[in-house]
Ligand binder design. Structure first.
Ligand code: HPA
Length: 234
């Protein structure tokens, strides 16, 4: 047990999928894993471990934003020995070519800061995805025929943004989408020598204002879970 995860040692698999929403962790575990059991309920941040095609997998909610994800990813890495951590979540589209329902694989994450800012001080560290996971996810997404984009994303600290000029600069520099967690996941994975990737479904769009209807969310979310699982065990 750790401060925020109630699982016993050995309850957490080496491969961990991390949706922001704990109820999505439950849905994904019930939908895609065999013999899934709940391994964490602390603060309602549900986690489940089961198997996918014979491989042990944990699906653990991260909460929203980098400070929350950082707590769970740190404990998964340092105390439970997680080796492969894949964020599965939603993002806002930032380019005309990026459509709602498309999947973005985050090659790099730009930020104003991460919880790791204190280490880097004046240095601008560039958090990037694990290449092997990225490549395998790209192949999986292509096989599935989903609209796919691979490139840089923006990990923001705010959903309700008071600085539209920052989004404009991100859009101007070709950033594909905005979310709130991946940069810290990539930074922690780099620090501890683990593999990380963010597979993101575009749920809303900053330029067009379009948003994914709630009935479509489950289907799109399912593609993302399967891409993450195929990438983890490729
Ligand atoms: N901003 C930040 N995070 C998000 C968004 C957004 O528009 N959509 C989904 N996650």
């Amino acid at each position: 047990m750790t401060i925020h995860i109630g699982a016993n040692p050995g309850d957490i698999a080496e491969t961990v999928l991390m949706p922001g929403d704990p109820r999505r962790a439950k849905w994904a575990a019930e939908t895609f894993l065999e013999d899934a059991t709940c391994v964490n309920e602390v603060r309602g941040m549900l986690g489940f471990t089961g198997t996918w095609k014979g491989h042990r997998v944990t699906i653990q909610g991260s909460g929203m934003g980098m400070p929350s994800l950082s707590i769970y990813a740190n404990e998964l890495i340092r105390d439970y020995g997680a080796q492969t951590l894949i964020r599965i979540g939603s993002c806002g589209g930032m380019q005309e070519a990026v459509k709602v329902r498309d999947v973005i694989l985050a090659m790099t994450c730009s930020t104003l800061s991460t919880p790791s800012r204190g280490i880097f001080r004046e240095l601008n560290f560039a958090p990037c995805a694990d290449w092997g996971l990225l490549q395998a996810a790209q192949q999986s997404a292509q096989r599935r025929g989903v609209g796919l984009h691979v490139g840089g994303i923006y990990s923001s600290d705010v959903f309700y943004d008071e600085r539209p000029d920052l989004n404009e600069q991100m859009i101007r520099h070709g950033i594909l989408g905005v979310e709130m967690e991946a940069a810290e996941l990539y930074t922690l994975a780099a620090r501890h020598g683990r593999r990380a990737l963010a597979v993101l479904t575009v749920s809303d769009h900053l330029i067009t204002g379009e948003a994914l209807p709630s009935e479509d969310r489950e289907r799109s979310f399912g593609d993302m879970v399967e891409i993450a699982l195929e990438a983890a065990f490729a």
